[in-house]
Design a protein around this ligand. Structure first.
Ligand SMILES: *Cc1c(COP(=O)(O)O)cnc(C)c1O
Length: 227
């Protein structure tokens, strides 16, 4: 793992680039927040970022989050955690307990299950709907053509606290097209949050309206083969 000083420097650098990209797009820098993706890094790495004053994080696995975050949240009560990976229904209850935002609501069965658990538990973390903008068969997310209907189902029928959309563009395509598509779907559905952009393309995502960028490698270094 990079030293705590190095992680603090990386955070400052990414935030500087984010502000530059926002300014260049005529947007207010404070309208774009950094989700520091600590997946596959030890709790010490997240702690270095917390100690540097950063409070917003992303994990892609419920179990890894459960192993790492309860202790960190106790010591840094302002910390907020986003789930950015696929959610299985048998982990949904644990996810509601641990995460402050679930970015990956991606199918009707999961949405229905989350709505029921929210009623049962009273825990209502904000939800983003993951859109499979590239319509890739192996990738999670609602297909773009089904997005409007799914958003309406989640928000109006199930009463989920849907705040916005999230996407992971195909690795081999120009991400800007996917960011533009996600922004268009959000716009016509009146959704404010757009979670898009990772280490390689967060500045482009900000140009296309991202309000949340999910950055791992540029903050914590490479993950050593674990995707
Ligand atoms: C791992 C991951 C990221 C961070 O990717 P980097 O390229 O390391 O910045 C962002 N979003 C999701 C959904 C991820 O799984």
């Amino acid at each position: 793992m990079p030293s705590p000083e190095h992680i603090a420097e990386n955070l400052a650098l990414v935030k500087h680039h984010m502000a530059q990209a926002a300014n260049a797009a005529g947007r207010a820098p404070e309208d774009v927040r950094l989700v520091a993706v600590s997946k596959a890094h030890p709790a010490d790495a997240a702690e270095a970022a917390l100690a540097a004053g950063h409070l917003l994080f992303g994990e892609n696995r419920v179990r890894e989050g459960e192993a790492k975050w309860p202790g960190l949240k106790e010591r840094f009560p302002g910390a907020r955690l986003h789930l950015i990976g696929p959610l299985q229904r048998n982990k949904a209850r644990a996810a509601l307990d641990l995460f402050d935002v679930i970015e990956t609501v991606d199918r009707p069965k999961l949405a229905t299950h989350l709505a029921r658990l929210m009623d049962e538990t009273g825990r209502r973390p904000d939800c983003l709907i993951q859109v499979n903008t590239g319509a890739e068969p192996q990738k999670a997310g609602i297909p773009p053509g089904d997005a409007d209907g799914f958003i309406a189902q989640c928000r109006d029928e199930l009463g989920l606290p849907v705040k916005g959309l999230m996407c992971i563009p195909p690795a081999d395509e120009e991400p800007a097209l996917h960011f533009a598509l996600l922004a268009e779907i959000a716009g016509r559905n009146g959704l404010a949050e757009l979670s898009m952009g990772m280490s390689a393309d967060y500045e482009t995502a900000i140009r296309f309206g991202a309000t949340l960028v999910r950055v791992g490698t540029a903050v914590f270094g490479p993950r050593g083969g674990n995707p």
